[in-house]
Write a protein that binds this ligand. Structure first.
Ligand code: ARG
Length: 293
């Protein structure tokens, strides 16, 4: 009976999200080992078979630093931000597009989905310009300094054509967050930002960001203080009063901007919990933080 109730609980959401685009950002634990990768891919394929149109954007994170170490190159960070020189960019590109993207695509295929890998270069999906030098706080000295983060870009325009072609034909696009500038050079992009902007551009119903925390916590040291639901103005208050800060801040800002571009709901969920995507979408209570306009 319990199993049946779970299925019944899912029905309104299966109906509501039928044929809707669901933008999912893979990151953190959801991509850490082969079991997690396989499970995340399987959940994504399930969404497809139930009638939704998932689109995936993935990050790189630890895998990039690991590969750099293997190749004998020291990753450089200033104020928590990666500095991308040409050599780093080459490694980032190889790892994101050559390794992480193809692994996700393969896992989707293994579970019966039609995964197709893309980078921002495919049909100029993500046109970018180099980010101007930024003011950052040096975490060691506490001083503010202007730093050029190198080959890091911000999105200038999105050409969603290929995503429409693919989703219309039941493929699951998997996007590597690299952009292309007007000289056809590669720029490193923030994967959360890409997910938010692309989600807005394609008129996604939902943006789901997989993280390594339960969601927005009222007290970061208390995992039971999860805020399950919030509106844009409520999260803005949480930013003002300092509840949302550090690594959570850019994710929440991404959610706000996606919602302002028309995405109906943005969800920050825990990728460490097995099947968190399904728990969030198909249950009433969800599992993470849901932000709406
Ligand atoms: N399953 C519903 C949805 O995806 C509700 C999710 C509620 N989630 C939450 N964190 N309060 O829209």
């Amino acid at each position: 009976m319990e199993t049946v109730n779970i299925l019944i609980e899912a029905l309104p959401y299966i109906k509501k999200f039928h044929q809707k685009k669901i933008m999912i950002k893979y990151g953190g634990h959801a991509m850490i080992d082969s079991a997690a990768k396989s499970s995340t891919a399987r959940d994504t394929v399930l969404l497809k078979y139930v009638g939704m149109k998932p689109i995936v954007v993935h990050g790189g994170g630890p895998e990039i630093s690991r590969s750099m170490n293997k190749l004998g190159k020291e990753p450089k960070f200033i104020g928590g931000l990666r500095v991308t020189d040409q050599e780093t960019m080459d490694i980032v590109k190889m790892v994101l597009v050559g390794k992480i993207n193809t692994e996700i695509v393969a896992n989707i295929g293994l579970h019966g989905g039609k995964g197709v890998g893309l980078s921002g270069k495919d049909n100029l999906l993500l046109k970018a310009r180099k980010r101007s030098p930024q003011l950052v706080v040096n975490q060691e000295t506490g001083e503010e300094q202007t730093v050029d983060l190198g080959l890091v870009g911000e999105i200038e325009s999105i050409n969603p054509e290929i995503l429409d072609v693919l989703t219309e034909n039941n493929y699951i696009p998997v996007i590597s967050p690299i952009g292309v500038d007007e000289r056809a050079e590669t720029l490193n992009l923030n994967a959360d930002t890409v997910a938010g902007e692309v989600g807005g551009k394609v008129g996604a119903e939902k943006l789901i960001i997989l993280t390594d925390v339960p969601g927005i916590l009222r007290d970061p040291s208390d995992k039971d203080s999860l805020i399950k639901k919030a509106t844009i103005s409520e999260v803005k208050e949480l930013i003002e009063d300092g509840t949302v800060r550090d690594g959570m801040l850019p994710k929440v800002l991404t959610c706000i901007s996606a919602l302002e571009k028309g995405v109906k709901s943005a969800h920050i969920i825990d990728g460490r919990v097995k099947h968190s995507i399904l728990l969030e979408i198909f249950t009433k209570k969800g599992i993470g933080t849901m932000i709406t306009r």
